[in-house]
Unconditional design. Sequence first.
Length: 165
Amino acid sequence: MNKVMTRTAQRHPASRPPTRRDTRRPGGSPPRAPGAGPTRTTPYATRPAAVPQLRPTDLFADRLLLVLSGRRPVHAMLRHTAGPAYDELARLAEHGPLRARGLRPVIRDIGYFEPRPGAIEAFARIGTGERLRAMAFRLELGRDHRWRCTAVELGGRRAGTTDDD
């Protein structure tokens, strides 16, 4: 029996051998995009659909709500606050302003304004049953590219201010 070789391409000694074209057996993985991490093809490692990234205002509003409703301790915000904001948050959380019996407070709306690049002033409307409260906070981007809360207010004037101010 005579075999006929149909491949006419010449092999160069510095190049890689040709890749397997047999589809019955695995022959290697397809080329990955640069910077892509390892991927698995098992059904357990399927990736969920792309989840949109939350804005820092959404994340901080959730974190502040958990602390002010008593579901998280105040020190959970220690690394996420800067300046006097932690002291103000601790003072607010001490009174438990958003704690309600039987009802969990939820964020109904979030709005924000960027007075300058690297700073965000945000507000959140928080509903507990029929009651609606307001929370305002300021975020600033640090040198380490992390957002930190630098001011927090809940439902009105700041502590220590009078009508004459």
